[in-house]
Design a binder for this molecule. Sequence first.
Ligand code: FES
Ligand SMILES: [Fe+2]
Length: 389
Amino acid sequence: MSQTKLDVRVDPEIVQAMMTHLRNETTNLAASDIHVPVDHFVNPERARAEIALMKTLPLAVAHGSELAEPGDFITRTILGMPLILSRQADGTVQAFLNMCSHRGGRVEVEEKGKRRVFSCRYHGWSFDAKGGGLRTVPFQSSFDPIDRDSHGLERFKTEQRHGLVWVDFSNNTARSVADYLGPEVDAQLEPWQLEQSAIVIDKTFTLDVNWKLVIDGATDIMHPQFLHPGGVGDLIESNLGVDRDYGRHVQHFGARRKLRTLVEQGGAPEAGSRYIASNLVLFPNVLVITAPEHVECWTVYPHEDPHKSTVNIRFYVRRSILSPEIEARVHKSWEILSHAAGKEDWPMEEWIQQNAKAQPRGTFRYARSDVTCQHLHRQLARELDGIEL
Ligand code: FES
Ligand SMILES: [Fe+2]
């Protein structure tokens, strides 16, 4: 299979803007630097407010392939909420709170499987996987009358889009995931065919780092040449890029070093992800980073303890191109990433976290060129503080 066949085209407008920056040694700039209080990275109240905000937004919590068939389920705790995701007979996915309506037991303890009924081990109440309704109550005559309609499993609004399963804890029926993402983000995600992709890499890490520092580290464009010399720093141009603001969401396009090499050797700029890297940030906590053969998806969850976060990293590969050769290449990419993140980014972020804990005064400064990195903090300030940073 040829390289170009594997690739997904990048908008020629982006390539033109990138070429201008490459020639002039410039980059996209925000209106100003921003200054984020160090307190925001260490304050438990701030962490609680961020979690509360996230619970009002659609959150990508799973990939459809994890529960492919009707009756398939997975359990997962998201922002402290124990969930069961269950594939329904009509192909939809329903999220239930994994909490018995009798006295709060877990009704499913396995991580995944297939079930028509979820049963609580404490006193044997059971619930239909289809719809979550209360099914059986042992020793029922020992209770006052039980209104079955109000004793099903609690349900959360669940949608599938771009192959991902989105849960909205606020049950906002007026806003779909499509509304939330908007047509521009849809158009960016669509060519990657996430719904027809397989999960090739799936890793989860709990870090002693505030979740925003983890996202900063993955969106900051100034650091690669310093923190990742001989690795990622040699593969991507530092402090050079084009950003697109989609309102809540944002996308950064960066130049791979081979774009400069190609152009310096007199080649025409190629509008492919082999030459242009993209990092699409779905507010607040998902990063979709594209490479020719795969999509790297980060989901970063805060903890109530502001000094901790959990990051899940997945590599998705379109089934149409999946082969042992591609799989081997994707594993190689994971090795490069796991070195950069695990040995370079996250240790730095842990030091920053420790420093912020020791000295939680003052502000951190985000340069004008870190447009995408700024975006998270600007958007959080808008939504949580009602201010423009
Ligand atoms: S707590 Fe579930 S059956 Fe009693
Ligand atoms: Fe990095």
